[in-house]
Write a protein that binds this ligand. Structure first.
Ligand SMILES: *Cc1c(COP(=O)(O)O)cnc(C)c1O
Length: 394
């Protein structure tokens, strides 16, 4: 065998050494596949597998029941008039911004920029950049994003540019601290200026109850691989209002069944089939009583850590989400004394089979308690305490 053949061999079967750990990585806790999705992954894993059943428009495939999912179940779940399955939350945001850049911008009362909260995700900014729009952020929040911050940003934007922004984008919750801003109020403020509102619910849709109509937003985007137990890349996009939906899902002049913003077709094969397979369980877990249980579980864990006096939660209190951010002066002190330095925590947790805090972080870190339940959360809190105790004498 030549050395190149050897090199090729190494791509063939790659093991994942994090599979049997307790996972507290915010990116991953709500993206773990259900058994139904694992089965769908094998069944539909071949490339373009769904296309056997397609007549040119993915959202109209009857068997498997994609049409029923996209046109009935999904808009009902999101609280919107229309919805599509996309390749991710970012692709969904881009589609909205690109549409507005091409339609609303022509009306003359808008300028090419988007207002976002100071904690907006990089993918929101990149989506705007790719659509040719400037990004104007609200002031950096101290503890949480306030409706007044949006009002100020909108007024300043109009003053400086003479025209209003194409869109207001709210991150709900932000991906570092799990803070939930007052969307209703922010949307109301934005609508007073007749600016449409996009809710980036990458960390909300699939974890907690969210309805675009109830919150009063025009567009809503979610991430299947982050929060809807799908293998992905896959996301969901919902829109309120017939006119907005007709603009967003307008058809190509070159092919009358293909939607332009979707580049003709989005998620096909395993990504959409795993999303659909997990959907019944996702609907179940986002029911209010089940989400309340998640929140209670998050609060239980926060209290356990805060009771040690060695951890301080950053952000909203009481905390209302499974994503949380701690300052950990105890861990930081140890990292300054041990040989492994700031990597000691990662090593200690690895030994205890706890995965998800970034290597090198000690002073502060984010994590998620989603779906873990009391026993595993106790195990994590006990482990943190054991690690602190182990280095007590240093
Ligand atoms: C993860 C994340 C995204 C990106 O989601 P994709 O589906 O991977 O595009 C967007 N916004 C926030 C706040 C996120 O945390």
């Amino acid at each position: 065998m030549s050395s190149n053949d050897n090199r090729l061999q190494m791509f063939q079967y790659i093991k994942r050494d994090t599979l049997d750990s307790v996972n507290i990585d915010p990116l991953q806790t709500a993206g773990l596949l259900t058994q139904a999705a694992k089965d769908a992954l094998i069944e539909w894993g071949d490339g373009y597998s769904v296309c056997d059943y397609c007549n040119g428009a993915l959202d109209l495939v009857k068997k498997p029941p994609i049409e029923e999912f996209v046109h009935k179940a999904l808009p009902e779940f999101l609280g919107t008039d229309a919805a599509r399955v996309m390749n991710g939350a970012r692709e969904s945001k881009f589609a909205v911004m690109h549409t507005l850049a091409h339609t609303a911008a022509k009306s003359g009362s808008f300028d090419n920029y988007v207002i976002m909260d100071g904690w907006a995700h990089y993918s929101s900014k990149v989506a705007a950049e790719c659509a040719g729009l400037d990004v104007v952020l609200t002031k950096k929040p101290e503890k949480e994003v306030m409706p007044e911050d949006f009002l100020n940003a909108i007024e300043t934007g109009i003053e400086e540019r003479g025209k209003k922004p194409l869109l207001t984008l709210i991150t709900y919750p932000d991906g570092n601290y799990g803070n939930l801003p007052d969307v209703k109020k922010i949307a109301q403020i934005s609508h007073e200026f007749e600016i449409p509102v996009l809710l980036n619910g990458a960390y909300a849709i699939g974890r907690m109850p969210v309805s675009a109509k109830e919150l009063g937003v025009d567009y809503i985007t979610g991430s299947g691989h982050k929060s809807m137990a799908a293998s992905g890349p896959v996301g969901v996009l919902g829109v309120c209002g017939e006119e907005a939906a007709a603009q967003l899902f307008r058809k190509s002049v070159h092919n009358k069944v293909k939607e332009v913003e979707l580049l003709g077709c989005t998620s096909r094969g395993a990504p959409i089939m795993t999303l659909m397979a997990s959907f019944p369980e996702v609907v179940q877990r986002t029911r209010l009583e089940n989400w309340e249980r998640e929140v209670a579980s998050a609060q239980y864990f926060i209290k356990r850590l805060e009771d040690t006096g060695q951890f301080v939660l950053f952000g909203q209190q009481p905390h209302r989400h499974d994503v949380m951010f701690f300052e950990a002066p105890g861990f930081f002190k140890i990292s300054e004394k041990v040989k492994r330095g700031r990597y000691f925590l990662y090593d200690e947790l690895k030994e205890k089979k706890i995965h998800g805090i970034k290597p090198g972080l000690t002073k502060n870190f984010k994590m998620s308690t989603f779906g873990l339940g009391k026993d595993k959360l106790d195990y994590i809190a006990d482990s943190f305490e054991e690690i602190l105790k182990k280095y007590d004498e240093l």
